[in-house]
Design a protein around this ligand. Structure first.
Ligand SMILES: N[C@@H](CCC[C@H](N)C(=O)O)C(=O)O
Length: 295
């Protein structure tokens, strides 16, 4: 059973190429794979298959084919706790990079399906440069950013007000005018945020960020189903939208710095784009006896 390990701004993933959709991604297997002591260690798992094959094998409902073609690749994403999330912005860059590095996809521009819908991607550097490279550079069209209104959460030792944002998955992006990069870095994000369950019945990813200055912000995140991560792609899009809104703008480009690096986000009226790096650092084989023992 082949696997790869990759990350996008240090938000890390185990990639499972599974064209035939043979793998049963049970909660026990995903949590073990993502465990940093008894597994490979990761924030999430990306199964790589075509949409049609996932529908045929019952992993996805047939309605997904209303939005994504059967031949399109589909990022079957799991959080480290085994839960399924609609979308992962760093994951989709690593996913697209893997497709090039493996030779499974030769086009520089193609569509990746997700539970949040189709996400067109562009692998920069052309097919040859992208092909075998360890480091990739990918732009993802993230769809329309929907504002859900304000809410507050207890996070990082204080109650903060933020903007609820749907980027395919739910976010609460809290711009704190009292924070600079150093104060943000000093926050304790080990405790899970307490948020409004009426507003976010399926849970929420919570971002804390500095106000927009010179076209950039600093952000940290506590992810639903994972905990604090060193980056969250959908979170950077939510953060950029909240920072712009707080500055009185509804569109624009923002550089978002996270503990694991930096990405570029552009927010428009009907679409947002996310551009950033992907690193594929290891390939290997999982022991099938270990996998089977997890059930
Ligand atoms: N790290 C991801 C987001 C992964 C899903 C998230 N934890 C959720 O449950 O919504 C990203 O890069 O966007």
């Amino acid at each position: 059973m082949a696997f790869l390990k990759g990350h996008g701004t240090e938000n890390d993933f185990v990639v499972l190429p599974d064209r035939e959709v043979d793998l049963d991604l049970s909660t026990a297997r995903v949590t073990a794979l993502c465990d940093r002591r008894r597994g490979i260690g990761a924030d999430g798992v990306l199964r790589v298959a075509r949409t049609g094959a996932l529908v045929e094998r019952g992993v996805l409902p047939g309605e997904v084919l209303d939005e994504v073609a059967a031949d399109d690749w589909f990022m079957d994403y799991r959080n480290a706790d085994g839960s399924i999330a609609e979308m992962c912005g760093n994951g989709v860059r690593v996913f697209a990079h893997f497709l090039h590095a493996s030779g499974w996809e030769e086009r520089a521009e193609f569509v990746v399906g997700s539970r949040a819908g189709a996400r067109p991607v562009r692998v920069h550097g052309g097919v040859d440069a992208g092909g075998a490279a360890t480091v990739g550079d990918v732009t993802v069209s993230m769809g329309r950013v929907r504002e859900l209104g304000t809410s507050s959460a207890s996070v990082g030792g204080a109650t903060r007000t933020g903007l609820g944002i749907d980027v395919g998955n739910p976010h609460l992006a809290c711009v704190d005018p009292a924070l600079d990069a150093a104060a943000l870095a000093a926050l304790d994000l080990t405790v899970a945020p307490v948020f409004d369950h009426d507003m976010f019945p399926s849970g929420v990813n919570v971002e804390v960020l500095t106000p927009l200055a010179d076209g950039s912000v600093d952000m940290r995140v506590f992810e639903r189903g994972v905990g604090e991560t060193r980056s969250c792609g959908t979170g950077t899009v939510a953060a950029a939208a909240a920072a712009l809104r707080t500055a009185g703008e509804s569109a624009g480009s923002v550089q978002v710095r996270v503990p694991g690096g930096a990405v570029s986000v552009t927010i428009g009226p009907d679409d947002a784009t996310l551009r950033g790096p992907s690193v594929l650092l290891a390939r290997g084989e999982l022991d099938e006896r270990w996998w089977d023992s997890l059930g």
